[in-house]
Structure formats: C-alpha cells, structure tokens
Design a protein around this ligand. Structure first.
Ligand code: ZN
Length: 242
C-alpha cells in the first residue's frame, strides 16, 4: 500500500483534515498509520496505551549499523550501545504511543473571549528524513468559544506530536488542527521556530539558522487584526527570551 507524503502538501492535507467526518471517530490530527497504531493499542479515544517498541529488533538493527560504519560492536565502549540507542529511540518516539486528543478533553467553560497564548514551549523532535534532532520552541494561541483548557495541556499536545518522526511543517499543522478539533475555538495559531541538526551539523552546515513555520486556522485566516495581535504577543517581547 503506497502512501506518498510528498504528493500532499501540508496545506492540502489540512484542508482534507478539516472536512467533517462521519461517525466522529476519525482523528484528523493523526496520520493514517498513527491512527492505526492507536487502534492496535486499543487506545483510540482514551489514549495513553503503550504500543510496545520492539527493542530487541531495534538493537539488532543498530548493531548492523555499527558494523556497516566499520566499527567493532564488541569493543567495550560499544557493547551496550545498541540497547542504549534502542531505548533512546523508544523515548524520542514516545508520542507515537500517545493520543494528543486526550489532553484536550478536560475543558473549562468560561466567558473569556480574548486570545489565549502559550508562548515559548520548548520541544525536541527528530526529523523523519535523517532521524536527527530538531529543537525549538512552539507558540500556541487560540481564540476560545466558551471553552478553555489548562495551559499545561497545550504543552502536552506539542510534546505528543513532537515525539515521533516528524517534519516541522506537519508538526505545526497537527498542533493547530488538534486545538481546532478539541476546543472548537473561533481560531487557532501555531508558530514553531526550530533549528534542525540535519542542516546545522551535516549537509549544508549552517549553524545558527532556524526555520519558522506557522499554521493559521479559523477566524485568524481572515481577521488580519487579531492575527497581528497574536503575532505581536508572540514576538513583541521576543528580546526577553535571550
Ligand atoms: Zn532532516
């Protein structure tokens, strides 16, 4: 079954995902294989269940990589490296075993109808093209329609989507779409700035460069002034971070 990621741009993907779904159990914030993982784990809907990582298989594969690069997997320093790497990958992809939707289920009904923004959420992920880390900050904002969620939950959503093989564009889209799905706000914005080690330590080697992506949903698409307000809130005091 061929599924090409390249044939679908993040934007057309989000348009597909924003179509109403019958039955209400399809999660537009998840890629098909991610939804499948959750179903296998019996976690679709309640989330959090563990799809076991095949650690021995991963260890065998890492051992092969060590041999293929011309190293000796039996020398003392490398002997336990396959198992360490396997456990590290299990940790770095822990989001595959989580359903980010669960974090948006506990909502508070309030009259507050101004922008809610959680700024500078640190995250790390691995790029799906090189399996090298990309590290940065996410800014997540929404304009509530009578429903708000605990701020820490927004950070949990970022983390659950980040801890899996990713591309930054999709990560940005998934977070914004999950907020729209879970909270039904008037609009949502996710801005992500990240430095990709696949670009800073290999390939073109441009340390210090960072990539910025944004996903804009709902009223923010049309309403220029509220969108500008959010961006000002994000970047207005950006200097404070340094
Ligand atoms: Zn990469």
């Amino acid at each position: 079954m061929a599924r090409s990621l390249r044939s679908t741009t993040p934007h057309s993907r989000s348009r597909q995902r924003s179509l109403p779904t019958k039955g209400g159990d399809a999660n537009p914030a998840l890629l098909p294989h991610e939804a499948q993982n959750l179903r296998r784990a019996g976690a679709d809907g309640d989330g959090g269940a563990d799809v076991a990582v095949d650690l021995p298989r991963m260890e065998r594969a890492v051992r092969e990589i060590i041999i293929a690069m011309g190293e000796d997997p039996n020398r003392e320093g490398l002997r336990n490296t396959p198992s360490r790497i396997a456990r590290a990958y299990a940790e770095l992809t822990a989001g595959l075993r989580l359903d980010p939707r669960v974090y948006l289920k506990t909502v508070f009904h309030v009259r507050y109808n101004q922008i809610v923004l959680l700024r500078n959420i640190p995250f790390h992920s691995i790029c799906e093209h090189h399996f090298l880390p990309f590290v940065g900050r996410a800014h997540v904002a929404y304009l509530p329609r009578a429903r708000v969620v605990g701020l820490s939950k927004l950070a949990r959503v970022v983390e659950a989507f980040a801890l899996r093989p990713q591309v930054q564009e999709r990560l940005t889209d998934q977070i914004a779409d999950a907020i729209m799905e879970g909270l039904h706000p008037l609009g949502a914005i996710c801005v992500i700035e990240a430095s990709h080690t696949c670009m800073t330590i290999r390939g073109i080697r441009k340390p210090g460069s960072s990539m910025v992506t944004s996903a804009i949903r709902g009223t923010f698409v049309r309403n220029h002034s509220t969108r500008t307000e959010v961006l000002n809130l994000i970047y207005g005091s950006a200097k404070l971070r340094a």
